[in-house]
Design a protein around this ligand. Sequence first.
Ligand SMILES: [Ca+2]
Ligand SMILES: [Ca+2]
Length: 92
Amino acid sequence: MANSNFLERYAGLQKLSREDLDAVWKHYDADGSGFIEVGPELERFLGDLLSAGGMEASEREVAEFIEGVLEMFDLDANAKLDFKEVEELLNG
Ligand SMILES: [Ca+2]
Ligand SMILES: [Ca+2]
Protein backbone atom coordinates (compact mmCIF):
# COMPACT_ATOMS: atom_id res chain seq x y z
CA MET A 1 0.00 0.00 0.00
CA ALA A 2 1.33 3.39 -0.96
CA ASN A 3 -0.55 5.24 1.74
CA SER A 4 1.55 6.76 4.46
CA ASN A 5 1.18 5.27 7.88
CA PHE A 6 -1.10 7.44 9.98
CA LEU A 7 -0.02 5.71 13.18
CA GLU A 8 3.67 6.40 12.77
CA ARG A 9 3.32 9.81 14.40
CA TYR A 10 2.24 8.06 17.58
CA ALA A 11 4.98 5.45 17.66
CA GLY A 12 6.82 5.57 20.95
CA LEU A 13 3.94 7.10 22.87
CA GLN A 14 2.85 5.10 25.88
CA LYS A 15 -0.67 6.41 25.74
CA LEU A 16 -2.68 8.29 23.22
CA SER A 17 -4.65 11.29 24.37
CA ARG A 18 -8.37 11.47 23.77
CA GLU A 19 -7.63 13.82 20.86
CA ASP A 20 -5.16 11.38 19.38
CA LEU A 21 -7.65 8.57 19.75
CA ASP A 22 -10.33 10.62 18.03
CA ALA A 23 -7.97 11.36 15.15
CA VAL A 24 -7.00 7.71 14.81
CA TRP A 25 -10.63 6.71 14.96
CA LYS A 26 -11.69 9.14 12.24
CA HIS A 27 -8.84 8.03 10.05
CA TYR A 28 -9.53 4.30 10.20
CA ASP A 29 -13.33 4.26 10.45
CA ALA A 30 -13.25 5.33 6.83
CA ASP A 31 -16.98 4.99 6.20
CA GLY A 32 -17.94 6.65 9.48
CA SER A 33 -20.03 3.66 10.52
CA GLY A 34 -18.98 3.85 14.16
CA PHE A 35 -17.05 0.60 13.87
CA ILE A 36 -13.78 -0.55 12.41
CA GLU A 37 -15.04 -3.61 10.59
CA VAL A 38 -13.31 -6.78 9.54
CA GLY A 39 -12.12 -6.17 5.99
CA PRO A 40 -10.28 -3.19 4.55
CA GLU A 41 -10.73 -0.97 7.61
CA LEU A 42 -9.35 -3.45 10.10
CA GLU A 43 -6.61 -4.61 7.71
CA ARG A 44 -5.44 -1.08 7.21
CA PHE A 45 -5.59 -0.18 10.89
CA LEU A 46 -3.79 -3.26 12.17
CA GLY A 47 -1.33 -3.35 9.27
CA ASP A 48 -0.35 0.22 10.12
CA LEU A 49 -0.19 -0.65 13.80
CA LEU A 50 2.29 -3.43 13.08
CA SER A 51 4.50 -1.36 10.84
CA ALA A 52 4.37 1.64 13.19
CA GLY A 53 5.73 -0.77 15.77
CA GLY A 54 8.62 -1.52 13.44
CA MET A 55 7.32 -4.83 12.14
CA GLU A 56 7.51 -5.74 8.51
CA ALA A 57 4.43 -7.89 8.44
CA SER A 58 3.42 -10.05 5.53
CA GLU A 59 -0.21 -10.22 4.52
CA ARG A 60 -0.45 -13.50 6.33
CA GLU A 61 1.03 -12.08 9.51
CA VAL A 62 -1.41 -9.19 9.36
CA ALA A 63 -4.24 -11.70 8.99
CA GLU A 64 -3.00 -13.60 12.02
CA PHE A 65 -2.65 -10.39 13.97
CA ILE A 66 -6.23 -9.47 13.07
CA GLU A 67 -7.44 -12.80 14.40
CA GLY A 68 -5.51 -12.38 17.62
CA VAL A 69 -6.71 -8.83 18.13
CA LEU A 70 -10.32 -9.83 17.58
CA GLU A 71 -9.92 -12.64 20.05
CA MET A 72 -8.53 -10.33 22.69
CA PHE A 73 -10.22 -7.00 22.06
CA ASP A 74 -13.51 -7.66 20.33
CA LEU A 75 -15.16 -7.90 23.69
CA ASP A 76 -18.73 -8.19 22.43
CA ALA A 77 -17.64 -10.56 19.63
CA ASN A 78 -19.41 -8.74 16.82
CA ALA A 79 -16.39 -8.98 14.47
CA LYS A 80 -15.82 -5.25 14.53
CA LEU A 81 -14.11 -2.87 16.87
CA ASP A 82 -15.93 0.01 18.48
CA PHE A 83 -14.22 3.04 19.93
CA LYS A 84 -13.88 1.58 23.41
CA GLU A 85 -12.33 -1.58 22.07
CA VAL A 86 -9.81 0.40 20.04
CA GLU A 87 -9.00 2.53 23.07
CA GLU A 88 -8.33 -0.65 25.03
CA LEU A 89 -6.15 -1.98 22.23
CA LEU A 90 -4.05 1.17 21.97
CA ASN A 91 -3.98 2.29 25.59
CA GLY A 92 -5.05 -0.69 27.63
CA1 LIG B 1 -16.40 1.52 9.51
CA1 LIG C 1 -16.81 -5.41 19.01
